[in-house]
Design a protein around this ligand. Structure first.
Ligand code: ADP
Ligand code: ASP
Ligand code: MG
Length: 417
């Protein structure tokens, strides 16, 4: 007998029929003798609708009330799945974040989990054979008693955190694709499913834009060494052998990954904006005068490029911020123009970042150079480049995103044959 967390995303619970299908997946594991906690997302499209309603009510709204609104989507699906399970004769009850409780920070709309007491859920496994159906995405900030949410895609994080709290053997993430692919299979039909991927590589893929898992869920999996298995919820529940190995991707430690490629995957993000601050004085403290105020405004700066000054007096500084923070970043920099001392503010919001990830880059030289040549051959101009130990990223015009991703996917031998 094992203990499992099964997480189902929005498309997997999009309507009552799909919720019934999920209940049958859960039944399969319960019948196999497992103790099961299920984590559910809101029905697909629901969270977007709730977010939009908040915006409509007031563009500048109280983040605590935003959380009260958007957490409701998961409340609905947790109750509905508990009903569907009960109708199959399986003891089940729903849990909201505050009931468990899932304790979080007070960073409303992007709260971090700080603690979960899994005791009551484990007790009910033993005493009532009860399936716990947990609303993903939400928690509570205990000192204020306010409902919080974990940021978009946060149900993945709820699932891995619950798995750690109840000492599960595995956390299964059921979604609308049957695993993690070398790149988004909806953009590159030739993408290949990976049987296994290391936590470190998955962390880079997720943080560079592959939304199949929320970044924080991968971090938690790594910290707790919790095996996370990404698989499809669309397979017929009755066709799956609960003791077999279904198609999917196991996210695990690097030693457990058998295949060794230099490049494992490619991620991309169109949620980028480029800012150039022209002719700033080339003297100590100038970078701090720009990035200090941005940090204070809670704006994450990503790629940074600074030229060596030609005349020894002035230089240009280019960097990227999330597109959603562009307006605030612009206001912050232009508001501090006198303090910083620069001649011109330039920006471009139609840009995308394409990232190539692979732990093999640690030991192979020239991987990025190949990409630069291949992109040049397609006439794709690179605006900025960053590298780290197991990845490099290029900033390009957004119109070329798909072409760049496909070109690099082929270049590094990732295409399905
Ligand atoms: P859920 O609602 O189940 O949480 P998401 O929409 O958040 O599902 O994530 C699944 C989606 O992630 C897929 O439909 C796919 O388009 C996208 N995706 C992006 N990159 C990848 C990748 N490398 N492998 C698999 N899916 C990816
Ligand atoms: N429903 C939330 C969202 O759409 C959380 C999730 O699905 O993971 O972001
Ligand atoms: Mg998701």
């Amino acid at each position: 007998m094992g203990r499992l967390v099964m997480k189902f995303g929005g498309t997997s619970v999009a309507n009552i029929e799909r919720i019934r299908n999920v209940a049958r997946h859960v039944k399969r594991e319960v019948d196999a003798g497992h103790e099961v906690a299920v984590v559910v997302s809101a029905m697909s499209g629901k969270t977007n609708e709730l977010v939009e309603w908040c915006r409509e009510a007031s563009p500048l709204h109280d983040a605590r009330e935003y959380d009260a609104v958007v957490a409701s989507g998961e409340q609905v699906t947790s109750g509905l799945l508990a009903i569907a399970l009960q109708s199959l004769g399986i003891p089940a009850r729903s849990w909201q974040g505050w009931q468990i409780p899932i304790l979080t920070s007070d960073a409303h709309a992007s709260a971090r989990i700080v603690g979960i007491d899994g005791g009551e859920i484990i007790k009910r496994f033993a005493e009532h054979k009860e399936v716990a159906v947990i609303a993903g995405f939400q928690g509570i900030h205990a000192p204020t008693g306010r409902i919080t949410t974990l940021g978009r895609g946060g149900s993945d994080t709820s699932a891995v955190a619950i798995a750690a709290a109840i000492h599960a053997d595995r956390c299964d993430i059921y979604t609308d694709v049957d695993g993690v692919y070398t790149t988004d299979p909806r953009v590159v039909p030739k993408a290949r499913r990976l049987n296994r991927i290391a936590f470190e590589e998955m962390l880079e893929l997720a943080s560079q834009g592959a939304k199949v898992l929320q970044v924080r869920s991968v971090e938690l999996g790594m910290v707790h060494n919790m095996p996370v298995f990404v698989r499809s919820s669309f397979d017929k529940p009755e066709d799956i052998d609960p003791f077999g190995t279904p198609p999917g991707t196991l996210i695990c430690s690097e030693e457990e990954v058998m295949e060794n490629h230099v490049v494992t995957g490619i991620a991309f993000s169109k949620d980028e904006a480029q800012i150039s601050v022209r002719r700033i004085e080339d003297k100590p403290g100038v970078a701090a005068s720009i990035f200090g105020p941005l940090a204070e405004a809670n704006i994450n700066v990503d790629m940074i490029v600074q030229n060596v000054s030609e005349d020894g007096k002035t230089t240009d500084l280019t960097f990227t911020v999330p597109a959603s923070d562009f307006a605030r970043a612009k206001a912050t920099i232009t508001g501090a123009q006198d303090k910083i001392g620069y001649a011109r503010f330039d920006s471009e919001t139609d840009v995308a970042k394409v990232s190539v990830i692979g732990s093999g880059m640690r030991s192979h030289a020239g991987v990025a150079a190949q990409a630069f040549a291949a992109l040049a051959a397609r006439n794709i101009n690179i605006r900025a480049i960053t590298t780290s130990e197991i990845k490099f990223s290029v900033l390009i015009d957004a119109a070329y995103t798909e072409l760049a991703v496909r070109t690099l996917h082929t270049l590094y031998g990732l295409d399905q044959v």
